[in-house]
Ligand binder design. Structure first.
Ligand SMILES: NC(=O)c1ccc[n+]([C@@H]2O[C@H](COP(=O)([O-])OP(=O)(O)OC[C@H]3O[C@@H](n4cnc5c(N)ncnc54)[C@H](O)[C@@H]3O)[C@@H](O)[C@H]2O)c1
Length: 265
């Protein structure tokens, strides 16, 4: 799909990767970009720079997603591309409180389900439409510092695969964005694991570039060129799961040592 002349919604469009996508879509000649985010004032700034629309939306609330979709359909007649991009994280493993597991589940997973529910009827009626799901390299492998993030990002990929299998023959296209570290506010630079991700991080504009190329090729898995080792690690995981787990356990041990050194100094 080429971006020129398209009607696009981007959630989490006020900052980071979402913002870079909004700006890039506009410069590629999108007809209209809707910047949907919890941060209303920054969304407005982004939207005003690209002649788009800012809509306040909490993606974990189905009524909010229904509202941005019906507003866009009323004004523009159809939606070509819906980017479910907003996402959050928290640190920790099994001990993370249920409320935090649920918060990540709602924002990182259910928001994608709500978006699909809201746009599928009109897209299926037209026989075309595109859903872009922002997952992460953590969805293909794992994020050592966060079980809830890893689990929810795996779930995003599972849902995107399911949609692709069910709807590609009906004219719909589905892609899944899986970058590793991206230099946005999302990375907590006091955390050794995020510091590790930051070393090979790319600017959000490079992710937007990969998205535009990936959408043009209608590729399911979109990974920035600088993060292609992610694809190699993913293939390696498929080839030898146990060795892959041992390697990650070794990296985890190293990071745990750095963490305890930092906390004792
Ligand atoms: N930065 C990274 O290293 C990295 C790597 C891989 C994947 N990702 C994924 O990319 C996506 C974007 O991350 P980013 O790095 O741009 O983060 P970011 O924190 O810079 O931006 C996230 C945006 O989402 C918005 N948001 C958060 N919760 C929301 C909600 N409930 N409703 C609506 N908007 C909400 C925020 O206001 C913000 O504008 C996320 O899904 C994240 O998991 C990030």
């Amino acid at each position: 799909m080429n971006i020129r002349d398209k009607i696009i919604i981007v959630t989490g469009g006020a900052h980071g990767i979402g913002r870079a996508m909004c700006e890039r879509f506009a410069s590629e000649g999108a007809r209209h970009v809707v910047v949907a985010d919890l941060d209303e004032s920054t969304s407005r700034n982004v939207a005003s720079q690209i002649n788009g629309t800012a809509l306040l939306c909490d993606v974990s609330c189905e009524a909010d997603i229904q509202e941005i979709v019906s507003h866009t359909l009323d004004v523009h007649g159809h939606i070509d591309l819906f980017c479910s991009n907003a996402g959050i994280t928290t640190k920790g493993g099994a001990e993370v409180p249920d409320a935090d597991w649920q918060r990540l589940w709602n924002v990182n997973v259910m928001a994608h389900v709500y978006a699909a529910r809201a746009v599928l009827p009109s897209m299926l009626e037209r026989g075309e439409g595109y859903l872009l799901h922002t997952s992460s390299a953590a969805g293909l492998m794992t994020e050592i510092g966060s079980a809830p993030y890893s689990v929810t990002k795996h779930a995003v990929i599972a849902f995107a695969e399911w949609l692709s299998i069910h709807y590609q023959k009906k004219g719909l296209r589905i892609s899944c964005l899986c970058p590793a570290g991206v230099a946005t506010d999302f990375l907590d630079l006091d955390d050794p694991i995020h510091q590790f991700l930051h070393v090979s991080s790319v600017p959000p504009e490079d992710v937007a570039d990969a998205v535009v190329r990936g959408l043009a090729d209608e590729r399911f898995l979109i990974i920035p060129d600088q993060h292609l080792p992610v694809q190699e690690f993913f293939a390696y995981k498929g080839e030898d799961y146990d060795r892959w787990l041992k390697n990650f356990a070794r990296i985890n041990e190293k990071l745990e040592r750095i963490k305890s050194r930092n906390s004792s100094s």
